[in-house]
Design a binder for this molecule. Structure first.
Ligand SMILES: Cc1cc2nc3c(=O)[nH]c(=O)nc-3n(C[C@H](O)[C@H](O)[C@H](O)COP(=O)(O)OP(=O)(O)OC[C@H]3O[C@@H](n4cnc5c(N)ncnc54)[C@H](O)[C@@H]3O)c2cc1C
Length: 450
């Protein structure tokens, strides 16, 4: 197989690039490779995990998008690169049920290659973190979390029934065997950045709705205990203090315990320990404390930094490797103003647009692009459940930011996702229909129970 433009990773950056480039150049020239069949926008994963968003409704089929937007889709995981012959290897795909090979190993030759494979968790060597926590890196992680949450809620409900019956038996004088165990469940989230804060709030909202669906012995705020642990002196440390203070207040109003200055030193199956000797019981533990680039990037012979990200220049070109570019979370980019670009959806989106322009210039025989890529920070919004959002918006004047909170901030938060839908789905009609479906889903307080 060969394609002029091969994009590996159909996430926030790669999929937007494939859709926009495909629309202009067509499937003969644009190819997208992804290890999954469906695209789910990563910033929604905390909602999938809490059960407030259904991946079967939210997931966009790459095959369908390829057909509509004019690119070729290749299903499989990139495992190797030969930059000399400009060829990548895509691993065989096997059936999850019986391990039978569905697709063989494939080689793809490229003219230009864009690597946009996102990020994975950085456990910073904390013992037990990898084995005993769930991270929200992919839809499978979020689904695993959701099913585990349901199981634990059902178990807590059952135990509550048994302990109520035992209490009644004591009152009526029957014998009671055994000692009272810790009732309800404890969820510990490690990392008070945007992911941890959003997940904590979403879980509180989801557990209240779950209770209305038949777990009626549980008193949600008392029996579903949520603790957020943060190593820095405040949550949302990179954001202005006012945003962090507002988020803390909103979390505490939702009976979420927030512990700052807490350095986690070990995690086992049922508890988390910190360097001050505190122990936090945990029936379920989420790791949201840091990211790094996927490990396989280290084996491709490309320059990488300490976090495993591919080093690119301010035109997003991989240093000293002609024809290879990297964007999004997996790229370490110092932009045209000398600033490091943060791993965020808005950076991936902007970089996709930058490469679109570069490739369109190249396709029409012009020089790539004179001006380098400069990251534009439009601010940060953090969702605190489905009703409210807090954050800061950047003004066009340098360094000026506005604090925003409440319903309007919520609308602005949703607009980031809507912009992604619009970029991917393209046509106004399809975009409007998707947006209507999206808003209906977002305003319906249902959780997924099966
Ligand atoms: C819960 C949560 C909330 C967030 N909220 C925000 C927010 O509010 N605002 C914001 O700006 N950012 C937010 N982020 C960060 C944002 O999601 C990422 O910065 C963004 O998704 C990065 O885009 P990307 O294109 O680099 O990678 P991704 O969107 O992660 O996409 C990577 C793609 O590569 C594919 N892939 C991986 N390895 C391979 C391989 N070997 N071969 C083929 N395909 C592969 C994956 O299947 C995936 O489709 C959030 C993240 C999380 C987890």
């Amino acid at each position: 197989m060969r394609s002029e433009y091969v994009i590996v990773g159909g996430g926030a950056g790669g999929l937007e690039l494939a859709c926009k480039l495909g629309r202009k150049l067509g499937p003969g020239k644009v190819m997208l490779v992804d290890s999954r069949l469906y695209h789910v926008w990563k910033p929604s994963l905390h909602e999938v995990a809490a059960g407030t968003l259904d991946i079967h409704q939210e997931g966009l089929s790459y095959q369908m998008l390829a057909h509509d937007r004019g690119f070729t889709f290749v299903y499989g995981e990139m495992t190797a690169l030969d930059a000399g012959t400009k060829r990548i290897t895509v691993a065989p795909v096997t059936a999850p049920t019986d391990g039978e090979e569905v697709l063989p190993q494939r080689s793809i030759d490229y003219g230009s290659l864009v690597i946009s494979v996102g990020s994975t968790s950085n456990y910073f060597g904390v013992p037990g973190a990898r084995e005993n926590t769930i991270s929200l890196n992919a839809t499978e992680d979020a689904e695993r979390f959701r099913l585990r949450l349901l199981r634990l809620l059902a178990q807590a409900e059952q135990e509550k029934g048994a302990s109520d019956a035992a209490a009644n038996a004591t009152v009526t004088g029957s014998a009671v065997d055994g000692s009272a165990a810790r009732s309800g469940m404890d969820i510990v989230i490690i990392g008070g950045g945007a992911t941890g804060v959003e997940l904590a709030a979403e879980l509180r909202e989801a557990s209240s709705v779950y209770a209305a669906y038949g777990f009626n012995r549980l008193q949600v705020q008392r029996d579903v205990r949520i603790t957020l642990l943060e190593g820095a002196p405040r949550i949302l440390a990179p954001l202005p203090e006012k945003v962090s203070g507002a988020a803390l207040r909103l979390l505490e109003q939702r009976a979420i315990r927030v512990v700052t200055d807490c350095r986690v030193t070990a995690i086992d199956k049922h508890q988390v320990s910190d360097n001050a000797g505190h122990v936090y019981p945990a029936d379920m533990c989420v790791w949201a404390a840091g990211i790094r680039a996927p490990e396989f990037l280290g084996s491709l012979g490309l320059p990488t930094n300490k976090g495993g990200q591919i080093e690119v220049d301010s035109h997003l070109r991989v240093k000293d490797v002609p024809g290879v570019y990297a964007i999004g979370d997996c790229a370490a980019c110092i932009d045209g103003k000398g600033k490091p670009v943060p791993p965020r959806a808005q950076a991936a989106h902007q970089q996709a647009d930058f490469l679109l322009k570069t490739f369109m210039n190249m396709a029409s025989g012009q020089p790539a692009q004179k001006n380098p890529y400069v990251y534009r920070d439009y601010g940060s919004l953090v969702s605190i459940g489905h009703q409210t959002t807090v954050g800061s918006l950047m003004g066009s004047l340098r360094g000026v930011s506005w604090f925003v909170e409440g319903f309007m901030a919520r609308i602005m938060y949703l607009s980031l996702h809507l912009m992604h839908h619009q970029a991917v789905l393209g046509s106004v009609r399809t975009g409007v229909m998707a947006i209507a479906r999206f808003l209906i889903r977002r305003t319906t307080p249902l959780v997924k129970l099966h």
